[in-house]
Design a protein around this ligand. Sequence first.
Ligand code: LLP
Length: 414
Amino acid sequence: MHEFKFKNKRLFCEDVRIEDLVKKINTPLYVYSYNTLVGHLLKIKNAFKQLNPLICYSVKANSNLSILKVLIDKGSGLDIVSGGELFRALKAGCPAEKIVYASVGKTDSEIELAIKKKILFFNVESLPELANINRIARKLKKKVNVALRINPDVEPKTHHFITTGKLTNKFGIDFDNAEKIINLGSVFSNILIKGIHIHIGSQIAQSKPFVEAIKKVLKFIKRINSRNSEIEYLNIGGGLGIIYDNETPQTAADYAKKIVPLLKGSGLKIIMEPGRFIAGNSGIMITKVLYVKKTPLKNFVIVDAGMNDLIRPALYGAYHKIEQVHKIAKGRMKADIVGPICESGDFLAKERMMPKVKEGDLLAVMSAGAYGFSMASNYNSRLRPAEVLVKKNKYRLIRKRDKYEDLIRQEIIC
Ligand code: LLP
């Protein structure tokens, strides 16, 4: 479900015509739908209401302050992975007690800041990290809540770059070592191990790997709680897949049907960290056709957005549906849709059957709301795009397009 629809062959976001936005703000442009964003948060909330979980939206998926604020206003907490994301979370008005902090490489200054701000949990990914948090907490004379991130060693059946719950991945702690850490108990005098965290990967289409991982950790929690620990929280991470093409991922309701019975009656407080599920289909990226180039072997549709604006196709071979914003083309053609960047990996689509477009036509890259702008860069000294949030027939610019001065703001000529 999303609110990017064609009316009389013209693409709209809610009640705003995309061509009208482009006239005012130009391309490349990210456009987000308020109703789709909130709708997806509510889908998860409703599906899981029996458990009343704390939903901590994963900031990395789309970290624009306005996007965060919309979700915070609807009761969402935030999952962060850096000092920068903590800064954003607080700027957007997230209560610290709704922030959880993962990452295998938290620095001393990041840890110190998060302790001082009194976040809910660190999701701790190794013994040395735990020792470091303890050292810093002692220095600050604070007791700090942590969850141990367990690596449950399950196969989530997704792209290997976004698989995180196998023992060959750098994330989390295996069960044996987690138990040893818990048995160390009072060695870490400034730490309270109150939770267990898992996150097995991203864009996972089926419930099975989640069920497998949750069953494993529940067994583990039962065992350790019967001895010397007091685990109150279980954070089941994010990872729910969305539709990019013709996938048939589980819905939030399907997912809940499998997961809720496992967790109901466990007595644990549940945390969830969805990112893509909430933001993915809430955004699209609009780009303009600059040239149509025919070579002896191929057609290239050269557009004004490149891998610096949306890196998912280049990095993961990810598929994004691409639509003509005003469906006027007569006939179809096969083409690579490529950007202006000086790399052969700079493409948005390969060998794509698409409408026969011409210079000046607008294209919409669909499902670009998650890991789109948040992974954008200034490579080739390109200006990162503007972002707009649409609600019904109104829109707000939520990020200005970079200017040339922004490119050199931190640089020093010697
Ligand atoms: N929690 C943790 C600890 C995570 O590392 C992630 C994502 C999430 C939650 C949210 O996962 P989601 O619900 O969005 O699947 N750039 C890649 C995705 C990387 C995901 C990294 N971790 C992409 O464009 O597909």
